[in-house]
Design a protein around this ligand. Structure first.
Ligand code: MG
Ligand code: ZN
Length: 217
């Protein structure tokens, strides 16, 4: 494989647990469960759901949340070695996340020199409750109202014909994974791809991905 580019989800992919969900579970009042249900029954789009979930949390808790995240959320094994491997091979690593910048950047701070770009939603703390700003909205490639549209980013900024490798874990990765040449998947994404009979490589950590990639490139 020549000259690939790697796109990766953040929550539950780079991190062991879904940080967005963990924050909501820990910091939002129990009503979050009603909103969460509506996202799954599609009464709410993903972007509207994320907006409503964070609107349950006071802006004043920002620092407390970031400290809690840094203390409790773990990066998946082999991540740094994987990034160094990519850097040596001159393969770009781009994070495409439906999560929020205010916890992604602190968690990725130790690796920032090794990461090509990070795309995510933006959290705002000027009002009483946290507001979410959606910068990268869907276009005609995708009409899901993702909030942060992964296919949109990939098509807009990376549409030259180099092979796309996608790493993800969730249902929100499905469209982006489907556009990619090689998929690494775990959890719900893996299950869904299996049902759809779309080929993917399973992974538990970034050591698995690096070993597979050494064979592929
Ligand atoms: Mg995820
Ligand atoms: Zn979209």
């Amino acid at each position: 494989m020549n000259n690939p580019i790697v796109f990766s989800d953040f929550d539950g992919t780079i991190t062991e647990r879904d940080v967005l969900m963990s924050i909501v579970e820990h910091f939002a009042p129990p009503f979050w469960k009603e909103i969460w249900k509506k996202i799954f029954t599609r009464e709410l789009t993903i972007s509207e759901g994320v907006r409503q979930l964070f609107h349950l949390i006071p802006s004043s808790r920002k620092e407390e949340i970031v400290n809690w995240v840094l203390k409790n959320m773990k990066i998946r094994e082999g991540f740094q070695e994987f990034l160094i491997f990519l850097k040596k091979k001159d393969i770009p690593f781009v994070v495409v996340s439906g999560g929020l910048d205010f916890y992604i950047y602190p968690l990725l701070e130790p690796y920032k020199e090794l990461i090509t770009a990070i795309y995510s939603n933006k959290a705002k703390f000027d009002e009483k409750y946290i507001e979410v700003e959606f910068i990268y909205k869907c276009n005609d490639v995708c009409k899901e109202d993702c909030g942060m549209c992964k296919p949109y980013i990939m098509e807009k900024y990376y549409k030259n014909k180099r092979p796309w490798i996608y790493i993800g874990d969730s249902i929100t990765d499905l469209t982006a994974a489907g556009l990619s040449d090689i998929i690494f998947a775990r959890d719900y994404l893996a299950k869904t791809l299996r049902d759809l009979k779309i080929q993917y490589f399973p992974f538990n950590n970034f050591i698995d991905i690096r070993q597979k990639m050494i064979k592929l490139i």
